[in-house]
Design a protein around this ligand. Structure first.
Ligand code: NAD
Length: 248
C-alpha cells in the first residue's frame, strides 16, 4: 500500500519534463495525492498523451526550460491555471553519451542550457512566488553523475554537479521559509536510459548495482512526494541519492 501524505492534497505543483519518465511518474504521484498539478514539457505531443492518460491533471504547458521567455510565460500560465505554486519539481534534462573529445561546444551549451540554465530559470520563477508567501518546496533532479565522475558524459556530469550546488546554496538563501533539495537518481529505467543503452548494456549495469536492477520512475516519484511532505520539513540543502547502493 502506497503511503499518502494528507497535506499534499490541494497543493499547487509544477513538474518540468513532466511528459516522460521520472517527470511523468511524479505528475501521476502528485495527482494521486490530490495535488493540483501542471506539467511543463517541450514535447507537445507527449504532453497531449499525458493529458489523456492522467485526467486529474490541472493543466499542461509547452515550455522550453532553456528559454527565459518560455519559462516566464509558462509560470504566468501556472498562475492562471492554479493560482500560484507550492511545490516545484524541476526535472527536465537531457543526456548525450559521447567521449569528451567528440563533445562539441554546441552540445555542451545545449546540455548546460537545459540541465542547468533550465533549473536556474524555473527556480527564479518559483522563488519569486514562494518567498513572499513564506512557504514552498523546491526539488530538482540532479544525478549520481553530479556526485562522482563517469566517462562519456562530461557535459551532463558538470551540469548535474551544478544543480547540486545551486540547490544547496539556494536552500541557505530561502531558509527558513522555502526548502530546497535535489535528488540524485542512479540508473532509472526511462525512455532516456532506453535511448542510450542496449539490453546487453543494461544487463552489465544491473550486475554492478548492489540492488541488481535499475530504479523504477515511480520510486523516484515516491521520494519527491516524501520530500514535499511535512514529514521532510527539517530536510533542506541536501542532495539525496536514490541509486540502489551504487554510490555506497
Ligand atoms: N534515467 C536515468 O537513469 C536518470 C538518472 C539520473 C538522473 N536523471 C535525470 O532525470 C530527469 C528526467 O529524466 P528521464 O530519465 O525521466 O528522461 P526522459 O527523457 O524520459 O524525460 C525527460 C523529459 O524532459 C523533456 N525535456 C527535454 N528537454 C526539455 C526542455 N528544453 N524543456 C522542457 N522539457 C524538456 C523531454 O521532452 C522529456 O519529456 C533528467 O533531468 C535526467 O537527467 C535520469
Amino acid at each position: 500500500m502506497v503511503k499518502k501524505y494528507e497535506e499534499l492534497k490541494g497543493k499547487r505543483v509544477v513538474v518540468t519534463g513532466g511528459a516522460s519518465g521520472i517527470g511523468k511518474a511524479t505528475v501521476q504521484r502528485f495527482v494521486d495525492e490530490g495535488a493540483k498539478v501542471v506539467a511543463f514539457d517541450i514535447n507537445e505531443k507527449a504532453l497531449e498523451a499525458v493529458k489523456a492518460e492522467i485526467p486529474g491533471l490541472a493543466g499542461t504547458v509547452a515550455v522550453d526550460v532553456s528559454s527565459e521567455e518560455s519559462v516566464v510565460n509558462g509560470f504566468k500560465k501556472v498562475d492562471e491555471l492554479i493560482g500560484g505554486i507550492d511545490v516545484l519539481v524541476s526535472n527536465a534534462g537531457i543526456s548525450v553519451r559521447k567521449k569528451f573529445v567528440e563533445t562539441d561546444f554546441a552540445q555542451w551549451r545545449k546540455v548546460m542550457g537545459i540541465n542547468l540554465d533550465g533549473m536556474f530559470l524555473c527556480c527564479k520563477e518559483a522563488v519569486s512566488r514562494m518567498m513572499p508567501q513564506k512557504s514552498g518546496v523546491i526539488l530538482m533532479t540532479a544525478s549520481t553523475n553530479g556526485m562522482e565522475g563517469h566517462p562519456y558524459y562530461t557535459d551532463y556530469n558538470a551540469s548535474k554537479a551544478g544543480v547540486i550546488l545551486l540547490g544547496r546554496s539556494l536552500a541557505l538563501e530561502c531558509a527558513p521559509y522555502v526548502r530546497v533539495n535535489s535528488v540524485c537518481p542512479g540508473y532509472v529505467l526511462t525512455p532516456m536510459q532506453r535511448a542510450e543503452y542496449t539490453d546487453e548494456m543494461l544487463a552489465v549495469v544491473n550486475e554492478g548495482i548492489p540492488m541488481k536492477r535499475h530504479a523504477e520512475p515511480e520510486e523516484v516519484a515516491a521520494l519527491y512526494a516524501f520530500l514535499a511532505s511535512d514529514e521532510a520539513k527539517y530536510i533542506t540543502g541536501q542532495h539525496i541519492p536514490i541509486d540502489g547502493g551504487e554510490t555506497a
